[in-house]
Design a protein around this ligand. Structure first.
Ligand code: DGL
Length: 261
């Protein structure tokens, strides 16, 4: 069994890539909706939540757990690995390495939550993988919460996105890393703004490939999906059509379920 979790519906972008790559695997998706967003919380709070969620997924029999959240990975993946040494843990980190490799202008940007933007882990990732490429970190407070509302293309948000992206594009940025799993669902808003000036870089497929490498027996299940949440679980299933993920609903083995974690 493969467990995938996030603060909310953002990690569904990663779950979808995993479900495509591992069509027979049994998957559990847990959204910590009672405690979202993670992106404006301090590290100790995020670590506590992540360890609680991890324990719940381990107790449900997950041998592979995907932290489908850049914020949780930055704040807590090391503690998570230490707490669950027998579990294969896959973190999600902004695609600085592929973006730097693809950049022609030598200027890239990372869009992220406030917590990820200030994290030591992102600074290390940039030091390790950006080389000579200049990286601009753009904190986007409120964007993940916007995705949760499913009001994705309202004019006020389009304006806000333009305000964040215009200076980056003016500086010659040609790769924009989506450093929060919620932001994958903002592509229909972001793409028209960046046009042909920059590419949006998402790591969901790379994470799915890592899951394929680690899955072992977990790859061979009954193609069943369970959706769990710490608040309002029905919202997860209801969100699938608006996110372009109706097909994931066909793998549901039961109604979405409330969990206490
Ligand atoms: N989806 C998460 C991420 O990748 C966190 C969003 C939030 O809860 O602030 O960072």
């Amino acid at each position: 069994m493969i467990g995938v979790f996030d603060s909310g519906i953002g990690g569904l972008s990663v779950l979808a890539a995993i479900a495509r790559a591992l069509p027979r695997a049994d998957l559990i998706y847990l959204a910590d909706t009672a405690h979202l967003p993670y992106g404006d919380k301090d590290d100790a709070y995020i670590r506590r939540r992540v360890l609680r969620i991890g324990r719940h997924l381990v107790e449900r029999g997950c041998g592979v757990i995907v932290v489908a959240c850049n914020t949780a990975t930055a704040a807590a993946v090391a503690a998570f690995r230490k707490a669950f040494p027998d579990v294969a843990v896959v973190g999600v980190e902004p695609g600085v390495k592929p973006a730097a490799a693809m950049s022609r202008s030598g200027q890239i940007a990372v869009l992220a939550t406030t917590s990820t933007a200030r994290s030591r882990r992102l600074a290390q990732l940039i030091r390790r993988h950006a080389g000579e490429v200049q990286v601009r970190i753009e904190a986007c407070p409120g964007w993940a919460t916007r995705v949760e509302t499913l009001r994705l293309d309202e004019p006020d948000f389009v304006e806000e996105a333009r305000r964040h992206l215009a200076p980056l594009l003016a500086a010659g940025v040609d790769q924009i890393v989506l450093g929060c799993t919620h932001y994958a669902f903002l592509c229909p808003v972001l793409e028209p703004i960046v046009g042909s000036q920059a590419a949006l870089v998402d790591v969901a497929d790379a994470v799915a490939r890592q899951c394929v490498r680690l899955a072992g027996e977990a790859a061979q299940g009954r193609s069943e999906l369970s959706l769990l949440a710490t608040a309002d679980p029905a919202r997860l299933q209801a969100a699938l059509p608006a996110l372009g993920l109706t097909w994931l609903g066909t793998r549901l083995s039961s109604a979405p379920c409330l969990v206490v974690a």
